[in-house]
Structures are given as structure tokens and as C-alpha cells.
Design a protein. Structure first.
Length: 133
């Protein structure tokens, strides 16, 4: 499996979309995004500037993201769920977007629901990304 630059960019962009979906950017969300951005190799200046302007940025497309490999998609969905549940707020828009992205990447709705339930039952705070990079 090759984790391309486009996949890395889409991974970070997807997390930004999830964080933006509920119209607020919380400290737990920022912490997760920063950690993953570092792991993906993005410059601090880039992701800090992006976080600063995220809520007013009209140019981040919110279309579902198609990854080049199913393992990357599965990892993204898991990390996206961690992000969605990190702020203890209404997750409906975030989960809807993640489900659409999951289905686009061959993860059916039933498997997506299983991932949600598994995430809720687990206390794991390790990023799925770490298993594929």
C-alpha cells in the first residue's frame, strides 16, 4: 500500500471537514488535528494557519473523499470518529459526512455502524493512522 501525498492531504482535509461540520472548533479537535498533521508530515505553520481560519474558510470543499486504498479509508473513518466524538457535542452532521465517505470507499453502512459501536465501547485513544504509516 502506498500512502500518497494526495491521500495524506485528503486525510487532513477530511478531518478538517469533520471538525467544521458542527460549526465549532474545540480544543480536543485541534489537538487531534495537530497530532495527525504532524504524523502526516505537514508543516506547523500550514496546519496552524489552517486551524486559525477553518471556521470562515469557504474554500474547503466538503465533498466526500475517495482514498486510493481501502486500508487508508478504514483508518480515516476510525480517526474521523475519534475526532467527531472528542467534543461531546451533537455528532449528526459529522457522522453523516463520515458515513457518506465510508460508503464511497466501499465500507457499507452496517460496517460503519459497527465502527461507531466499537469506538463507543473502546477507550483507545491511539490514532488508526499509526497502523498504516
Amino acid at each position: 500500500m502506498e500512502f500518497t501525498l494526495l491521500d495524506k492531504s485528503n486525510y487532513l482535509k477530511g478531518l478538517l471537514v469533520v471538525a467544521k461540520k458542527d460549526n465549532q472548533l474545540t480544543e480536543p479537535e485541534k489537538k487531534i488535528i495537530r497530532s495527525i498533521a504532524v504524523k502526516l508530515g505537514f508543516a506547523k505553520e500550514f496546519y496552524e494557519e489552517t486551524l486559525k481560519g477553518l471556521m470562515i474558510n469557504k474554500y474547503i470543499a466538503e465533498d466526500p473523499i475517495k482514498f486510493s486504498d481501502a486500508k487508508i479509508a478504514e483508518s480515516f473513518i476510525s480517526d474521523g470518529l475519534m475526532l467527531a466524538f472528542s467534543d461531546y457535542t451533537n455528532h449528526e452532521k459529522e457522522l453523516t459526512w463520515l458515513k457518506t465517505t465510508a460508503v464511497l470507499n466501499g465500507i457499507n453502512e452496517e460496517k460503519f455502524k459497527e465502527k461507531i459501536n466499537k469506538f463507543k465501547e473502546s477507550s483507545n485513544t491511539e490514532f488508526s493512522l499509526l497502523s498504516i504509516i
